[in-house]
Ligand binder design. Structure first.
Ligand SMILES: NC(=O)C1=CN([C@@H]2O[C@H](COP(=O)(O)OP(=O)(O)OC[C@H]3O[C@@H](n4cnc5c(N)ncnc54)[C@H](OP(=O)(O)O)[C@@H]3O)[C@@H](O)[C@H]2O)C=CC1
Ligand SMILES: O=C(O)C1=N[C@H](C(=O)O)C[C@H](O)C1
Length: 241
């Protein structure tokens, strides 16, 4: 399969390695300096685009891909207020758009566990839910996309929690909010903890990524899956969850 990498940073490079190992060709490695190379590619030269760039550039990148008729797997986080407009454009162009805040299989199992735990904890109101996410210091967005997906999973299953809120000094915790603490340190690939705290004890579940390999493999498998399809997709479609 011919894969175009749109965004060639930490994720783009890890994805390249896995795509090559799985027998694919990389037809372009695009970052902020060589965007002009996009115009040299024929529409039928690309079977799928894998887009891991920045919150500021993703919408322009996706729009460009839909105009060219290229199916896109996107992992960029920190832009989702613009997602409805992008999905409308994808439908108008009869395109294919696959999005996940986290492509790792382990995190997607963790999403499922998080929802089940929230349903269960509804019976125990003495526990207050909160979350911590830890990432490397180069990360541009906070809270992480994964933390927001986890918060949405809690809100859908724990009545009374209607929004998420970033924990910050001087910001009061609201009963209806899932509080999210974001920590940036070193080169941490991504750690997420969901915590239920009572007066007497604490229950925690965590997902700890040891590297970017899990994210990258999931993105390549999603590209293999989305090539030749039309529509809007996510990990539940891929994993049959
Ligand atoms: N969904 C998931 O599973 C995961 C999502 N992510 C998300 O993926 C995104 C990328 O992460 P990561 O690779 O670590 O970040 P990096 O900063 O390492 O890479 C971002 C890349 O995007 C490039 N870029 C910037 N502007 C443009 C543009 N206009 N067109 C094309 N490329 C551009 C940068 O180029 P240059 O360096 O020249 O500026 C850089 O190569 C982030 O939003 C992150 O949160 C990360 C891991 C997993
Ligand atoms: O920027 C990262 O590195 C990561 N971003 C994604 C997110 O925001 O959730 C996924 C993963 O946690 C790594």
């Amino acid at each position: 399969m011919n894969i175009l990498l749109l965004g060639y940073g930490k994720m783009g490079r890890t994805i390249e390695q896995i795509a090559l190992e799985r027998g694919h060709q990389i037809v372009g490695r695009i970052d902020v300096n060589n965007r002009h190379e996009l115009d040299t590619l024929a529409n039928d030269a690309v079977d799928a685009v894998i887009e891991f760039s920045t919150p500021d550039s993703v919408v322009g990148n996706l729009t460009y891909c839909f105009e060219r008729g290229w199916p896109v797997v996107c992992g960029t986080t920190g832009w989702l207020n613009e997602r409805p407009a992008i999905e409308t454009l994808c439908r108008e162009k009869n395109g294919a758009f696959f999005y996940a805040s986290n492509y790792s299989i382990g995190v997607n199992l963790f999403f499922r566990l998080n929802k089940t735990l929230a349903q269960f904890m509804h019976q125990y109101p003495s526990y207050q839910v909160s979350m911590t996410e830890i990432h490397h210091t180069e990360k541009k967005d906070s809270p992480s996309g994964t933390a927001i997906t986890l918060a949405e999973g809690i809100m859908a299953n724990l009545p009374g929690k209607t929004r998420w809120q970033e924990q910050a000094e001087g910001v009061a915790e609201a009963d209806e909010a899932v509080m999210i603490e974001s920590i940036r340190e070193g080169k941490v690939p991504g750690t997420h903890t969901v915590r239920y705290e009572s007066e007497v004890d604490r229950i925690e579940i965590s997902h700890v990524a040891h590297s970017r390999q899990g994210f990258a493999l999931g993105a390549v498998v999603a590209a293999e899956w989305v090539a030749g399809r039309q529509g809007i997709f996510g990990m539940d479609d891929l994993l049959g969850m």
